[in-house]
Structure formats: C-alpha cells, structure tokens
Write a protein that binds this ligand. Sequence first.
Ligand code: CTP
Ligand code: ZN
Length: 155
Amino acid sequence: MTDPDEELRVSKIRSGTVIDHIAAGQALNVLAILDIDGSGGEEVSVGMNVPSDRLGRKDVLKVEGRELSQAEVDVLSLIAPAATINIVREFDVVEKARVERPTVVRGILSCPNANCISTAGEPVESRFEVLEEAVRCGYCDELIREDLADHIAAD
Ligand code: CTP
Ligand code: ZN
C-alpha cells in the first residue's frame, strides 16, 4: 500500500476534479488538453511521478471549480488510458469514473494537414476516428500516429 501521507503531498481540494492515475509524464499534456496554463487563474495542483500501487509511478492533477467536458475526457483517455476522473464536492468524492477509449474525438485536436478543411479557418470542428495505433482525420484521412499531445489545438 502507498503511504497515505504520500497522497497529502498534493493537498485535498474542496470542489472540482481530481484526475488520478495519469501515466507518469503526461500531466502537462493533460493540462494542455484542458487549456490550462495558469493564465486563467484556475487553482491547480500537479503531482508528477508520485508513487502508485497500480502504476508504479503516476501523475495526478487537481483542478478546483472545474468539471470536464466529454470532449476533454475523450482526448485525455488517449494519452492517459488508466486515468480516473473524480468529481469532488465539499471535500467528498461524489463521482468516480475510469476513462474509456472513444471511437471518435471531436474538437481539441487539430489536423496536421495544412490543406485540411478543418484547419482552413472555416467554422469546422475537428473530428478524428480512433484506430488501434493512430487517429484519422474525418475530413482528409490524415493520420496522427504518435505524440498526440503535439496536436492539441491552441485556442
Ligand atoms: N481527493 C482530493 N480531494 C478531496 C478528495 C479526494 O484531492 N477532497 C483525491 C485523493 O487524494 C485521490 C483522489 O482524489 O487522489 C481519489 O480519492 P479517493 O477516492 O478518496 O481515493 P482512492 O480510494 O485511493 O481512489 P482510487 O480507488 O481511485 O485509487
Ligand atoms: Zn484533416
């Protein structure tokens, strides 16, 4: 068992979302998916390479006052497939869910093909089909095979 004191290195939150069991090294990529860079004033705690019974090492993110959209959860499931999303209200975990690999992800990612209709400044939301080893653009069939986090839309 992990010493409960280890958990207290990142203190408990009152209300918001704890994203637990993130693959070690992915915390900053998950923050990018959530479009959190500190400039929005969100209260965020980040634990990196924290000991975990299940994963050996894990990252954990605690975001006060924020619940995640399905689109955000879908993309984060691709880079943190073991993640657990905990909704916290008044210090209690009121909802806990493992992420599931979606078949399609909408928004969040941007197509690397500069000629793609989804990147041409048109009001077209990106859409990628999730394959075993890649995601495929629903508009131009471009594949993203690795470093998905490098293709998070800056908005
Ligand atoms: N947590 C928090 N603030 C709270 C309540 C919980 O930051 N007010 C965090 C805990 O530190 C933990 C996660 O939310 O990282 C899940 O909490 P809990 O379900 O109590 O822990 P476990 O039972 O260890 O979770 P699991 O079984 O998913 O590993
Ligand atoms: Zn495309």
